[in-house]
Design a protein around this ligand. Sequence first.
Ligand code: FAD
Length: 534
Amino acid sequence: MLRISELKLPLDHTPEELADAVSSYLKVPAADVRSFTVFKRSYDARKGVMSLVYIIDVDVANEDKLFVRFKGDRRVMPTPDTHYYYVAQAPENLKSRPVVVGFGPCGIFAALILAQMGFKPIVLERGKEVRQRTKDTWGLWRKSQLNTESNVQYGEGGAGTFSDGKLYSQIKDPRHLGRKVLTEFVKAGAPEEILYLARPHIGTFRLVSMVENMRAEIIALGGEIRFEQRVDDLILDGDSVRGVKLADGGEVLSDHVVLALGHSARDTFQMLEKRGVYMEAKPFSIGVRIEHPQSLIDAARWGKYAGHPILGAADYKLVHHAGNGRAVYSFCMCPGGTVVAATSEEKRVVTNGMSQYSRNERNANSGFVVSISPEVDYPGGPLAGLDFQRELESKAYELGGGDYFAPAQLLGDFMAGKASTQLGEVEPSYKPGVTMTDLSRILPDFCVEAMREAIPHFARQIRGYDLYDAVLTGLETRTSSPLRITRGDDFQSLNIKGLFPAGEGAGYAGGILSAGVDGIKIAEAVAQAIVAGG
Ligand code: FAD
């Protein structure tokens, strides 16, 4: 196969025009092109003209001659092999089955790949299966009732289940493991377009059924998924893990334990610290969610093309390096979505965002956050970041007035340094509800200062971003894990053999796709360790 990059066509082109563009670029008769597939489609809005930009894989006659003809043209090359190849196969007499703790994207992919290689993993997940979990999560949003073991953070599918389902990442991926993640998602029911769109997303409803389908495949391959099984302790033999203890007193023995805990498993982090597992504090970010009318973002980003069905609801990505040394940036932007209550702990308020596949809610929302670091902001050991988060989340709960209402403020009032007393044209989407107040009362001063400085810069990139009535809802405290459970080149804990820290909670991923990719890498490391007898 031959790959052509940067093939640019007008937004409203026909399929025939794409076919013509392929044969014209290669300067061959149309009949020579046996077939082609779109590997990637992005858009280019430079100079006020919106174009679609393609990477196309072509099955064409006389391919070798074409490679000679196009030698030196960096836009024509052989199609790279993006297939996934398994690194090991389970032995017939598999003695110890690997245990995977957590069934978020990282745990799902660790378990799936292990199962596909024949290792029959046992998954232990503290939360409930996804349908039941959905009901519990809605219990917080609709009735202010939090279930501390079944919520936005905990349960089948992990933290990304109630999300926008954005599926892109900036990780280096020379082995195309991201492609394996996307291919498995499509097999489980995701739309095929996620394989070729530059910024794909699936939305929350589809994620629910995809997670169920992936669970079914793991079970069909001999794996087991046990819900409502919280791991409360490790069974150690010197510096080697021999299994885990469960909250109900049970034990599961294994010499290979994957910890795919997510960033909110604070009680489990505390247990690991007590057990002496090597960890270190790491930087993350804090701030608020900001909501604008989606139409404002569409107009700013797409101009006259706003509303075009191919483009859908517009997103944005913004960064400003503030004078006080802090980076201020947009985080987990959800076009046409809602702000969600994302706490897993009582009497704490945490925001995040989600959307449906259609992205057709009236508001755009995004984290509007400021970087913080352990050296300056929360010195005191690996768990200090957790305490810092908890303190802020408790303050947010109090300022919100209780019942998981979130404190909120109009952007204009925040900029002017005065408390808000009523809403303007933007109706906030956070449920169970918001209390208008002054967010600078609970955000650290350096955050307030950096955020105020960033707004005019952001408004130069997104016209109207500084809308007085845009709503800030707080606080956004769980942008990534506050710690890293450091691992060595063999993917095992630095000081506990057989323990494989993985995914976002361990500090090795940030997002659904990268957590899935890390799950694959961990599955490979576990499989290789088992096969090698380690
Ligand atoms: P998690 O998904 O957090 O999974 C960890 C699992 O471990 C949980 O199910 C938990 O219950 C379980 N667990 C924890 N402790 C124990 C224990 N002791 N015993 C047993 N089980 C345990 N990312 C994107 O890329 N795109 C998005 O659009 C997006 N939107 C998001 C929206 C929201 C509301 C949230 C909360 C997150 C969003 N994210 C998004 C981030 C994404 O969800 C995470 O990066 C990803 O889920 C991390 O995967 P993980 O498997 O490492 O951890």
